[in-house]
Ligand binder design. Structure first.
Ligand SMILES: Cc1cc2nc3c(=O)[nH]c(=O)nc-3n(C[C@H](O)[C@H](O)[C@H](O)COP(=O)(O)O)c2cc1C
Length: 177
């Protein structure tokens, strides 16, 4: 797929079909994404990979913290996530220095976009998620995310369903100096 087609046809897939992914394809996509630019070669990322056979455990943990005491909502959440082929949790440093933090956030954004494109090229559907639950300390503890780290986002892995291109409307983004 040429670059323009790859960028334009990548979609955030939000309907999850019961599917599996080839582990090697996911691993190759992750390794490719590490070529994203990052300042000082800090490479501010690591991945916690929730494989298909652990999706139910993950949704149980995540749902119980997202919907405390709301058993029906937890069950709905479990049902929603059950078909996923896996989840990639993108973890990186939580740098208290503002400049370094900004650089890390930008680098992780580039990493996630490159990863999404690499997955798309391998016909794996994905969706980046940034739910508020990511910041709950109990979740971070359960995932063994350290105090000097943070969860930057989740990437759901699923079947690649084709979606129409979402036209971008912000056409007024360039001005001249
Ligand atoms: C940083 C970031 C966070 C996102 N968080 C969520 C999210 O929490 N839930 C969700 O359904 N989609 C999330 N998305 C996906 C966007 O909704 C999606 O990219 C947008 O609707 C454009 O659709 P497209 O990716 O198919 O072009 C996120 C995307 C980015 C880049």
């Amino acid at each position: 797929m040429d670059f323009e087609t790859l960028v334009k046809t990548r979609r955030s897939i939000k309907q999850y079909e019961d599917t599996t992914v080839n582990d090697q394809d996911v691993q190759d996509a992750i390794e490719l994404a590490t070529y994203a630019p990052n300042h000082g070669m800090r490479e501010p990322w690591r991945i916690v990979w929730v494989k298909k056979h652990r999706v139910a455990d993950f949704s149980q943990l995540f749902g119980s913290l997202s919907f405390k005491g709301q058993t029906e909502k937890q069950a709905q959440f479990n049902d929603k996530l059950a078909p996923l082929a896996g989840v990639l949790l993108v973890v990186g440093p939580r740098d208290r220095r503002q400049k370094e933090h900004l650089e890390d956030v930008l680098a992780v954004g580039g990493f996630m976009q490159t990863l999404s494109l690499a997955l798309h090229q391998k016909s794996i559907g994905s969706c980046i998620k940034t739910p508020g639950t990511m910041f709950i300390p109990e979740l971070n503890d359960a995932l063994n995310i350290q105090k000097e780290e943070m969860l930057y986002g989740l990437i759901y892995l699923t079947a690649q369903t084709s979606n129409e291109i979402k036209e971008r409307k912000n056409s007024n983004l360039i001005s001249e100096f």
